[in-house]
Design a protein around this ligand. Structure first.
Ligand SMILES: [Zn+2]
Length: 306
């Protein structure tokens, strides 16, 4: 085969790979409950910032959407996916935290008539990091994908808990502690034993302990999720799963990391070498190479103050 056709085949394969990962996939969790699973990698022009998992609960009185997507255009794409499941309108959107994909699609859904709910701490975090998030999205998703996106925050806020009933389904939203971000909350459907965890649970891919995270308090938030003994866990990243898998990919990793970094410190070693501690037990998680070292450095700075 001529080199040119090799090149063309390579380009076609690359395009197929990109569109396959950027595609939103709907997973049925139970009757009228879906998880819409986005890209497990970073934000990109192809995924429009929808690199997370979103929740859809269809009630007689409309749809409750858990997290609106990472941009205005991303929210539009998410809405197209919701329309393939139901023709009922999205009437309420919950923001489960402060990351871009938990709130920057708010403006689009507000235009559709939805009310937006978030914890007070999540709103404060969103406002504090809004500029940084726009800057990062401009670089990663690009100006075209970011078009129309406005920093619209929730019109309904709560401190710790908010419960409501819609179309005969009871929703309970709980903010327990800082996890991946300061205002992280989970949504519990007691009648269905389904929990939407936002960024409190990551599966399949490695979680990120970022500047605003707290690994100790994150474990407390995780425990509150586990105490529900949910039948289905819809994580913030990854496909719908079990509590067992959530423990393996989030709780066990956080505990391991805190222990390993603590031992590194006890041995008198400093932060310059903490990135190289052996985390290969978790190399199965996607984004391991990019995040493992950074996670260790952040936990080191936390443990210095604990
Ligand atoms: Zn996230």
């Amino acid at each position: 085969m001529a080199p040119l056709s090799h090149l063309l085949i390579a380009i076609v394969l690359a395009l197929v790979a990109v569109s396959a990962t950027a595609e939103l996939k709907a997973h049925r969790v139970a009757d009228d409950v879906y998880a819409i699973v986005g890209d497990l990698g970073n934000r990109s022009p192809e995924n429009l910032g929808n690199n997370a998992t979103f929740g859809v609960v269809i009630t007689r009185e409309g749809v409750v959407l858990i997290d609106p997507g990472g941009t205005y255009t991303g929210a539009q794409r998410l809405h197209e996916k919701i329309r393939s499941l139901t023709d009922r309108p999205v009437v309420r959107v919950v923001n489960t935290g402060g990351q871009d994909h938990r709130w920057l699609g708010n403006g689009y859904f507000q235009e559709q008539g939805a009310s937006i709910v978030a914890s007070q701490r999540a709103v404060e975090d969103q406002q504090a990091r809004s500029q940084d998030q726009f800057f990062a999205l401009n670089a990663l998703v690009g100006a075209e994908g970011l078009q129309g996106t406005e920093p619209v925050v929730a019109d309904t806020r709560f401190d710790e808990t908010l419960a409501f009933e819609l179309g005969g389904i009871r929703f309970e939203i709980h903010h327990v502690a800082t996890a991946h971000t300061p205002g992280d909350a989970f949504v519990w459907l007691p009648g269905k034993r389904i929990v939407f965890t936002g960024d409190i649970v990551y599966t399949e891919r490695m979680l990120g302990v970022i500047e605003v995270s707290n690994s100790r308090d994150w474990l407390e938030a995780f425990s509150a999720v586990a105490e529900l003994n949910p039948e289905h866990v819809v994580p913030g990243h990854g496909a719908p799963t079990t509590l067992k898998r959530a423990r393996e990919d989030t709780e066990d990793y956080l505990k391991f990391l805190r222990t390993a970094v603590g031992e590194h410190m006890d041995a008198g070693k400093d932060i310059t070498t903490v990135g190289s501690i052996d985390q290969s037990a978790y190399a199965r998680l996607l984004n391991f190479e990019q995040l493992a070292g950074r996670n260790a450095q952040k936990v080191f700075t936390e443990l210095e103050w604990e």
